[in-house]
Design a protein around this ligand. Structure first.
Ligand code: GLU
Length: 442
């Protein structure tokens, strides 16, 4: 069975970049009739908050990315302690005492000499007496001793990956203040929850190399890994602060639909064209990780608008009934209202503008050269109630009386009634217009 996880840190809102990770893991689990776990990486008590955790859940629910199980790293510290003890016992975890300043100095020296800034393992040479001495002045932190060999795996997106462990610093697993770091916590969780597939951003490739060794040192078996490329802005520029921080809740506030976001992200960066899908099941069906490439993926938030528009226009009345009722549209005209406006809105919220126009009337837009024509036409307006035949009866009568036809006949009338040169089909709109300012003066 496929078991995947999405592991955000509750230190901020979900944004488009980490949503991509969530979606890929969710789709793989769905496709494999498997399970999808939401894991909150909250080992950092200072930066993790309950509000962000709630917001992450809320955003995932809004998107429809349901999870089968939820886990919190902050509740599993004993487990990490056990794992650390095992690593210590097997000589793979060693105590270090360098301060951040000392480490920084070492790195700079190495760089100056043209060497890669890899931790020099000086702490391994400390005697017990020296360590005891150092412990008196500062708390030690703990590093995992990598085996200096090539670490290799078949990546679900990148293909075969091979990393020389000697080019990587021994990762710190426990900080001086005792806090377990993500690297160890994540490995324990992936083992304990029997994760079969890990999809995450390409910025985690080095982590993966070290984690593979840690998993093995703990007697486990590495899951399959896949690293998706990072998103860039529309011109290929590094995702700017603004775009990178494009929180899902901001998109939601703009009226962007979940299926528009998911449809775009499920295809962006793959060899397949973006196509609007109406459900997550549909997305999962066509999803194939191996279609994605390693090159950075361009993301343009503007692409979400046409997808949203298309999605909304295709919604059945039942799906928008609630939104329409909330505007105060009477039930008996609600289905006709939806048919009139569905092709003329970008987001659901745009319905409000149309209802406002219908209920309160629009400021007429009348060109000076059309003023007489419009005045004459308005005298011929059929009396209420209006129905779907009203527009054709009216324009036929106006044509007869004025001799105008085609665009010269219809456009000034549309502008006079709606204040705009475009909008819903007039035959559908007429019966919904409660007020025509041009004619009734309100
Ligand atoms: N909390 C980590 C992150 O958000 C999880 C990475 C992973 O998937 O292992 O980057």
């Amino acid at each position: 069975m496929t078991i995947t996880r999405f592991a955000p840190s509750p230190t901020g809102y979900l944004h488009i970049g980490n949503l991509r990770t969530a979606l890929f893991n969710h789709l793989i689990a769905r496709k494999g009739n498997g399970r999808f776990i939401l894991r909150l990486d909250d080992t950092d008590p200072e930066r993790s908050t309950r509000e962000y955790a709630d917001a992450i859940r809320e955003d995932l629910r809004w998107l429809g990315l349901a999870w089968d199980r939820e886990e919190h790293q902050s509740e599993r510290l004993r487990r990490y302690e056990e794992a650390a003890d095992r690593l210590r016992a097997s000589g793979r975890l060693y105590e270090c005492f360098e301060t951040p300043t000392e480490l920084d100095l070492k790195r700079r020296k190495q760089l100056n000499m043209g060497r890669p800034p890899v931790y020099d393992r000086a702490a391994l040479k400390l005697s017990e007496a020296e360590k005891a001495e150092l412990r008196r002045t500062r708390p030690g932190h703990w590093r995992f001793r990598l085996d200096h060999e090539r670490i290799e795996w078949e990546d679900g997106i990148l293909g075969p990956v091979s990393i020389d462990a000697a080019s990587v610093s021994d990762p710190v697993l426990i900080r001086g203040d005792g806090q377990f770091l993500y690297t160890l916590a994540s490995v324990c969780d992936d083992m304990d929850f029997a994760i079969t597939d890990v999809v995450r951003g390409a910025d985690h490739v080095t982590n993966t190399a070290t984690q593979i060794q840690i998993i093995r040192a703990l007697g486990g078996e590495a899951p399959r890994f896949a690293h998706h490329s990072l998103l860039t802005g529309p011109q290929g520029e590094a995702l700017s602060k603004r775009l990178g921080a494009l929180a899902l809740r901001d998109l939601r506030a703009e009226g962007i639909e979940p299926m528009a976001i998911l449809s775009l992200l499920a295809r962006l960066g793959s060899g397949d064209p973006v196509e609007l899908r109406h459900s997550i099941d549909e997305l999962a069906e066509g999803f194939d990780l191996s279609r994605f490439g390693a090159a950075p993926t361009r993301f343009d938030p503007a692409d979400l608008k046409p997808l949203t528009q298309k999605y909304v226009a295709g919604l059945p009345f039942e799906a928008v009934q609630g939104d329409i009722a909330a505007l105060g549209v009477p039930d008996d005209i609600a289905p006709a209202f939806w048919d009139a406006v569905r092709e003329n809105i970008e987001t659901r919220a745009d319905m409000g503008r149309w209802w406002d126009l219908m209920r309160n009337g629009a400021e007429p837009l009348i060109a000076p050269e059309d003023a007489d024509f419009v005045a004459e036409a308005l005298k011929l307006l059929p009396s209420r109630p209006w129905d779907e035949t009203t527009w054709s009866r009216w324009t036929a009568a106006v044509k007869e009386a004025t001799g105008r036809k085609g665009r010269a006949l219809f456009m000034p009338l549309r502008k006079a009634l709606t204040g705009m040169s475009h909008g819903p089909d007039m035959a559908r709109l007429m019966p919904l217009l409660q007020v025509v300012k041009a004619a009734d003066g309100g």
